[in-house]
Design a protein around this ligand. Structure first.
Ligand code: GLA
Length: 382
């Protein structure tokens, strides 16, 4: 059953009535620009067909009732009971109510049925999809009139202030603002966005996503320490954010830092920002070979300077490149998850087979693979 039908059915079972509507918000894959968003830098994600689906209706009281199709579990609370840093799948939804109330929006309760096919913990923004789909729904149900970028910011605040993960804006901006057939260039300081056409098929190319199935349970702690390193490096360099360090003369500038680790962290961020700008230029010039080089350079920088990769993603990248990929890199927060591979369409099967063989040979489970096409951002379905 399709997920829109599944949430409709689950909603009727929960409430005995029809939902007002069904909303969808996608996961994302980041083409390039990793750990740059919280450094006021640049990112270039696109939305995936995989998404969170939500059937929803307003209630006249302050109760929220949620049913999860995927987990077969229910959650119920009143708005007044909600408090940050609660564990559990429902915190991504309950937190949105809390954040909207905190921001002064006049919302009451709601009945909700949720399902998602965004893989969890794979670096594809499964949590942002859930936050964003509810922001969309409440914006419509309560006629809040919140502009798209502000919706993304409220969803991000849910992650930061309620769930307690110190992430940047990329994932929620991608889920909310991406459009079909495009990657989203986002300047995380000015919040300027550009829709960059991404029609790889026109050039006989495609992006293969390889989910290594590696999940890192300490990723949140590592994420926070990377952020702290960046803040320390920018303070020592005397700039508001690493975004402000020019790439010209980078080595000399970084040589003033007292610690080799900070040099590497800052070098990743500054060079990664430049790679995002270069990737946009390459896409605009239809130079996919250059895009591939930039992706592979991004991976090396994440591996050697930012130290957020691990053996499975490194293996997938190495084998994909050896099997003829134009470029390959890990995507998302790091320590496992997915690798995206840019390659000619005719090479995809061979690349997938080579990576699978290498995984099985090294005692790993066979990875999951799919071809990613840029899909639409969040919105109401019916
Ligand atoms: C996670 C965060 C994003 C971003 C990426 C790394 O997905 O949610 O804000 O920092 O990691 O690029």
């Amino acid at each position: 059953m399709s997920l829109d039908l599944a949430v409709h059915e689950a909603f009727v079972t929960l409430t005995g009535r029809d939902p007002d509507s069904i909303w969808r918000a996608p996961g994302r894959i980041n083409l390039i620009g990793e750990h740059t968003d919280y450094n006021d830098g640049f990112v270039l994600p696109f939305a995936l067909p995989q998404a969170a689906y939500l059937a929803a209706a307003r209630r006249d009281d302050e109760v929220i009732r949620i049913t999860s199709v995927d987990l077969g579990e229910q959650f119920e609370a009143t708005l007044g009971e909600l408090a940050p840093n609660q564990d559990g799948w429902h915190s991504y939804l309950a937190g949105v109510f809390w954040v909207l109330r905190e921001a002064g929006y006049p919302i009451g309760g709601a009945d909700l049925a949720l399902a998602s096919d965004v893989p969890i913990g794979a670096g594809l923004s499964s949590s942002a999809a859930i936050e964003c789909v509810l922001v969309e729904a409440l914006n419509d149900l309560y006629d809040l009139g919140i502009a798209p970028m502000d919706r993304a910011k409220l969803a991000r605040r849910t992650e930061n202030a309620y769930v307690g993960a110190p992430t940047g804006l990329m994932d929620q901006a991608a889920s909310t603002l991406c459009t079909q057939g495009h990657a989203l260039f986002l300047d995380c300081r000015s919040l300027e966005v550009q829709q960059v056409p991404l029609d790889l098929a026109a050039h006989g190319q495609a992006i293969l996503v390889i989910d290594t199935l590696t999940r890192h349970s300490h990723a949140d702690g590592e994420y926070a320490t990377r952020r702290a390193d960046c803040e320390q490096a920018s303070a020592l360099l005397g700039v508001p954010a690493l975004r402000d360090v020019p790439i010209e003369g980078l080595d000399e500038r970084l040589a003033t830092l007292p610690d080799e680790r900070l040099v590497r962290r800052a070098r990743h961020v500054v060079t990664e920002n430049q790679r995002v700008l270069d990737a946009c230029a390459a896409l605009r010039a239809d130079d996919l070979a250059r895009l591939g080089e930039l992706m592979t350079a991004s991976h090396a920088s994440m591996r050697d300077d930012y130290e957020i990769t691990e053996a499975s993603v490194d293996l997938a990248v190495e084998v994909a490149l050896a099997a003829g990929a134009a470029g390959a890199r890990m995507t998302g927060g790091g320590f496992g998850g997915c690798v995206l591979v840019l390659a000619g369409q005719s090479r995809l099967d061979a690349i997938g087979a080579a990576v699978t063989a290498a995984f099985v040979e090294s005692g790993r489970a066979a990875p999951a693979t799919f071809v990613a096409r840029p899909a639409a951002g969040a919105g109401r379905l019916t």
